[in-house]
Design a protein around this ligand. Structure first.
Ligand code: SF4
Ligand code: SF4
Length: 346
């Protein structure tokens, strides 16, 4: 994937359709799309533990989905599309149609999905490959009441691997933290990933209580490179924010259902303000202040480079207060001693 190329255009609203489109094309490496809402699980490290995603399955409007794909086709999009948000993408086989349609309109894009693996078997994997999926990441979970345990997680991984019946290589083994296996599957990259969410989890926009508190000082490049679209066309700044969590309502950056384009959502929306507060090292505003997702390690040269960039772009004020004046603060969403506790999973 291409490295992020930051320019002044990221920090100023771009009402010109041409400039918005050009900025999108030069920046975006991942578009995440939730084409339906259902998830069969209620993992304790996910806000689905208290937000209902099981009693119904709402689908994205077909015309909206096609409009998203056509927007991407208009810039010859050749980066990643991920069919995942807070649904289980393999729970409804309509995903095969969605993948086929994306493959038809976007021959150069890398089509991927993150799954809990519950619905996956060898035949389904072959259907996904035939439809045009390039990459599948399967999370290996234990039961909701079980804590990460090396022996149990490896046994669960072995069961998943046996069900798929393909050769594999173990690519990561960190005791107590993470195991990964790469399947040998022609034409598709398939990875099984068993993570200890107590160690590697993220507080999901302060909706999930983590065992340890975390103070973010790192910049966040996600808001320069990704766009996340919920089932009803709502656009949010990153994968940790979800429009069906009422406390995240102030963080919604756009609504494609109102005939807005992907380019407008990226270049002429409140996402511009998020970038201003997330460019440099330093304290961050909610919900980013406790987010451990995609942190950069701080080094003198990197800090200096980003500070220089901020000065050149005239962002000193935004940077100093972590964007405090720029990102709206919702009521009832906070962590740490001074704030309310995040909501506990039921
Ligand atoms: S982590 Fe994934 S599988 Fe678990 S509840 Fe959330 S969306 Fe569903
Ligand atoms: S720092 Fe903020 S914008 Fe970046 S991933 Fe975390 S919550 Fe999202």
């Amino acid at each position: 994937m291409k490295p992020v190329a930051i320019s002044i255009d990221h920090f100023v609203n771009q009402p010109s359709p041409e400039r918005a489109r050009a900025l999108f094309k030069s920046s975006v490496t991942q578009v995440e799309i939730e084409t339906f809402t259902y998830c069969n699980r209620r993992c304790r490290f996910c806000a689905n533990s208290y937000i209902d995603r099981r009693s119904e399955n709402r689908h994205m409007d077909e015309a909206l989905y096609l409009r998203i794909l056509r927007d991407l086709a208009a810039v010859d999009y050749d980066q990643a599309i991920t069919f995942s948000r807070y649904n289980e993408p393999l729970a409804d086989r309509v995903i095969l149609d969605h993948i086929r349609e994306a493959r038809r309109l976007l021959p150069k894009a890398c089509l991927s999905a993150h799954s809990n693996g519950d619905y996956l078997d060898a035949a389904y994997l072959e259907s996904l490959r035939a439809a045009g999926l390039n990459r599948l990441r399967v999370q290996v979970y234990l039961g909701n009441e079980e804590r990460f345990d090396d022996d149990r997680i490896l046994r669960q991984m072995a069961r998943r691997l046996k069900k798929l019946g393909l050769p594999y290589n173990m690519t990561a083994a960190f005791k107590g933290t993470r195991y990964m296996a790469q399947l040998v599957c022609e034409g598709m990259e398939v990875t099984l990933d068993a993570r200890n969410f107590g160690v590697l989890g993220v507080d999901r926009g302060q909706t999930v209580l983590m065992p340890q508190s975390f103070e973010r000082r790192s910049p966040c490049l996600v808001v320069f490179q990704h766009l996340c679209i919920d089932c009803d066309g709502t656009v949010v700044p990153c994968c940790n924010i979800r429009s069906d969590e009422p406390r995240h309502a102030p963080y919604v950056i756009d609504r494609l259902a109102r005939r807005r384009s992907l380019f407008e959502a990226f270049a002429d929306s409140p996402l511009v303000e998020w970038r201003r507060g997330l460019l440099t090292f330093g304290l961050k505003r909610q919900p980013c202040n406790s987010c451990s997702y995609e942190c950069l390690s701080e080094s003198g040269p990197l800090r200096e480079r980003l500070d220089t960039m901020a000065r050149e772009f005239g962002l000193d004020g935004a940077v100093r207060d972590g964007g405090a004046a720029l990102i709206p603060a919702p009521a009832g969403l906070a962590t740490g001693a001074a704030g309310l506790p995040p909501r506990l999973p039921s």
